[in-house]
Design a binder for this molecule. Structure first.
Ligand code: KG4
Ligand code: ZN
Length: 375
């Protein structure tokens, strides 16, 4: 085909990802994760993540090339996550990408990780809801309205929820017009899961274990706070659109800690603390406040279509409640397969291909990794 062959590189956290696309067609998505090495610390250790990227860089690249059936010489452009993320982790990806660009003479694009999460939506089948080759048992994208196809609509909203970020973005044009409508002012949603899982002695990473535990609990057993959800917190006349749709999860985490403490203070043995009810009630609070505020942000900004991204997109309650509330509000919803929601190289390649198609100037070889890179 004539569409450009683009290599995407992701190393902002614990996943070393290499994706290869031809235009909007996904050819390979190789991911190596260092999560197993972080488990015993109960959190991602930046130095360990950076060293793992260095180790996994060439084998994962080779795996992606083999899967796609292409050689490095055939690649037309390279895209790499330049931020936001862990400094040392980003540097490995950026340095590696520069070396590849220098060696091959191909253009290099430094890419924003958050925008890349949205970029994955342009891939064939993601928006249209068709399961992709190799997607295994992962759920396909779902769409409530709009037509099947690979092109994202304009005025798209993007809800990104993971261990590192919780944001609602307005994407008027993927390659040039993306604004932040709201983000967490303290913990990311995934961090809140990790902290609550630790409080309940449930293990790490917290998301999947709490999600599983919550299946056996009553989400109405406890009423935990929904941070910043009262209308009085939603924006000001002086600063319309600023911080109108922020989240806060620290009060929720504290409420769960108090709840556990009360059982302990009453002499309830650890084994009799209703952890499943606490997990289900916590999960309900997270899903409620995330989806309510995301839908409100879309409604206020005239956004008719929302895309979900980030590892917490795997959460069962978040998915069902978001689908329910988007449908009620007449907002179309795209939920990519989980392997494309978690950090990966395909999303970076997909956004890179859009930049090439839009004739955007490459970044050159001088840009730096930027841990705090804004959208
Ligand atoms: O996007 P991701 O792979 O990496 C970043 O954090 O950027 O997301 C990983 C996060 C972790 O915090 C993990 O606990 C969370 O996604 N997660 C979940 C579920 N599965 C993974 N959170 C809630 N429910 C789940 N089922
Ligand atoms: Zn991410």
């Amino acid at each position: 085909g004539s569409a450009p062959l683009v290599l995407g590189i992701e190393s902002s956290c614990d996943e070393t990802g290499f994706g290869i696309v031809r235009g909007t067609q996904l050819l390979a998505n190789a991911v190596a994760s260092s999560m197993e090495e972080h488990v015993r610390f109960g959190g991602v250790i930046p130095e360990i993540a950076a060293r793992a990227h260095l180790e996994e860089f060439t084998p994962t690249l080779q795996q992606a090339l083999d899967t796609a059936g292409v050689t490095l010489g055939e690649i037309d452009a390279i895209a790499v996550t330049s931020g936001p993320g862990l400094a040392g982790a980003l540097m490995v990806g950026v340095a590696g990408a520069k070396a590849l660009a220098l060696a091959t003479g191909k253009p290099l694009y430094g890419i924003n990780h958050l925008v890349a999460h949205v970029g994955v939506g342009v891939l064939d089948g993601v928006r249209g809801g068709e399961p992709q080759a190799g997607s295994g048992t992962q759920p396909a994208g779902v769409v409530h309205s709009g037509t099947a196809g690979s092109v994202l609509p304009e005025h798209l909203g993007a809800l990104l929820v993971s261990g590192g970020h919780t944001e609602i973005l307005q994407v008027n044009r993927l390659t040039s017009d993306v604004t932040l409508l709201g983000s967490t002012i303290d913990d990311a949603a995934g961090e809140a899961y990790d902290k609550v899982a630790r409080l309940l002695g449930a293990g790490y990473p917290g998301g999947p274990v709490i999600d599983r535990l919550a299946q056996q609990g009553d989400p109405k057993a406890f009423r935990f706070p929904r941070g910043l959800s009262a209308p009085k917190f939603v924006g000001t006349a002086e600063e319309p659109g600023k911080h109108r749709h922020d989240w806060s999860f620290s009060g929720l985490k504290t409420a769960v800690a108090r709840c556990v403490e009360q059982f302990e203070a009453a002499g309830v043995p650890d084994t009799e603390i209703p952890t499943a009810d606490i997990a289900a009630s916590f999960q309900e609070a997270v899903a409620d406040v995330i989806t309510a505020k995301a839908v409100r942000a879309c409604t206020e900004h005239g956004i008719r279509h929302l895309m979900l991204g980030g590892g917490v997109a795997a959460n069962s309650r978040l998915r069902s409640l978001l689908a329910e509330r988007c449908e009620a509000a007449g907002i179309g919803l795209t939920v990519p397969p989980v392997r494309l929601c978690t950090d990966n190289g395909a999303m970076v390649a997909a956004l890179g291909a859009q930049l090439v198609a839009d004739g955007v100037e490459p970044s050159g070889l001088d840009f730096a990794a930027d841990p705090g890179q804004p959208v």
